[in-house]
Design a binder for this molecule. Structure first.
Ligand SMILES: *Cc1c(COP(=O)(O)O)cnc(C)c1O
Length: 400
């Protein structure tokens, strides 16, 4: 079977809810992926930042295979010997007293929403079922019905109502808009520190700090969705740390497993996460021993290899080099650490064709929205590899 055969099968038997590049990946290692024809590509997407540690990291692989031979799933009806250690290590690494493990990012976001509502009723004293959450235009928090109820992207939403009430949408990057939207019933403000899916939108400096203090003054929880920006991607453990902000809740996923397994979590202190009582919330696979063992190894790799430090250093270099390409198509280069967006001018006729041209040159990147190419390679990348990619990117950005 060759590339064409695989694509044909996928198109025939699979739902068409994605528009992938026509590359059929067979194996991967570090920053490189290989297709079924043996061609090598530099991965500049990292599965939307799930493989920050690099593909098939040997230490995470070892943890996975070792644990898979012992016990994989107990359900939370029983305890296992991995989850307590994950709890402890997550707490020591992030400074939050507790965590609650789920699987996908969207499930962790749902968990944070439920927790914020519960906190509003039980602690803040909001009248039952009147709790509101403030979110930002352009947000991406996942695909469940509740979450798409407050997306501003018509494609994610239009055919899927009726929607979950209780959300107010304000402009991203504007702290005053949040202040004005707060009512006595506001439970929480939930934001991405940088909006990845919206096209790597970096808010004005001081925004997160200002929002955090507005929340504090108004007895409102500040929730950071760090599923994409967290765990080293932007050059710090969490992107909120760039402004010295400590959100009341942090949502992590993606790189929490280094790409081996769906693992997500909500991190918070006892004053909020301690509110859940047995039976109120759960997940059959959430916190299973295989997931916990994988997450423990994935976190250890992040720390041991100082991947945040590498992202900070090489991200600055990569972004500077990209900014210096005098391409007629480029409107702006922006980002933080190794989360970089190259926004093209509307006349460039879309980012997709540039991603296809990059693919032909051995680089896999994905357009986000119409006009932005995202460059987010695994954080294990080195300068040599960036220097390999730069002339190829330059060439692509100069095409007609
Ligand atoms: C990917 C992502 C999610 C959703 O995670 P899934 O695992 O796809 O459900 C939520 N928020 C942000 C910021 C993300 O990037």
């Amino acid at each position: 079977m060759n590339t064409k055969d695989f694509i044909q099968l996928e198109e025939q038997y699979g739902a068409h809810n994605y528009y992938p590049l026509d590359v059929v990946i067979e194996r991967a290692e570090g920053v490189w992926v290989y297709d079924v024809d043996g061609k090598r590509y530099l991965d500049c997407l990292s599965a939307y930042s799930a493989v920050n540690q690099g593909h098939v990291h040997p230490k995470i692989l070892a943890a996975l295979t070792e644990q898979a031979q012992k016990v994989t799933l107990t359900s939370r009806a029983f305890r296992n010997d991995q989850l307590p250690l994950l709890y402890k290590e997550l707490s020591e690494l992030t400074g939050y007293e507790m965590s609650l493990p789920m699987n996908s990012g969207a499930e962790a976001v749902e968990t944070a929403i439920k927790l914020a509502r519960k906190w509003a009723y039980r602690v803040k004293g909001v009248p039952r079922y009147e709790a509101e959450m403030i979110v930002a235009a352009g947000n991406f928090h996942g695909r469940t019905v509740s979450i798409i109820s407050f997306t501003t992207e018509p494609l994610y939403r239009d055919d899927f109502g009726p929607f979950t009430p209780g959300f107010r949408i304000v402009k991203y990057g504007d702290a005053k808009a949040i202040e004005e939207a707060i009512t006595p019933n506001t439970a929480a403000v939930m934001l991405e520190p940088i909006q990845g899916e919206a096209g790597v939108i970096v808010p004005p400096e001081g925004y997160l700090k200002r929002v955090a203090s507005i929340c504090r003054e108004n007895n409102v929880l500040f929730i950071a969705d760090e599923i994409q920006t967290g765990l080293g991607r932007t050059g710090k453990l969490f992107a909120s740390h760039h402004e010295g902000v400590r959100p009341d809740m942090v949502i992590v996923g993606k790189a929490l497993s280094g790409g081996f397994y769906p693992v997500s979590a909500v991190l918070a202190d006892r004053s909020t996460l301690g509110l859940f009582t047995p039976g109120e919330h759960g997940s059959t696979f959430g916190g299973n021993p295989l997931a916990a063992a994988v997450a423990r190894a994935a976190l250890k790799v992040l720390v041991d290899e100082d991947l945040a430090g590498n992202a900070e250093q090489l991200g600055a270099y990569f972004m500077e080099q990209l900014s210096e390409i005098p391409s007629p198509h480029v409107k702006e280069v922006r980002g933080k650490g190794l989360l970089i967006g190259v926004e093209l001018k509307p006349e460039a006729r879309g980012a997709r064709r540039f991603c296809e041209a990059l693919q032909a040159r051995g680089i896999l990147a994905k357009e986000t929205h119409e006009h932005v190419i995202r460059f987010a390679p695994p954080l294990v990348i080195d300068k040599e590899t960036i220097d390999w990619a730069l002339p190829r990117i330059r060439e692509t950005l100069f095409m007609a």
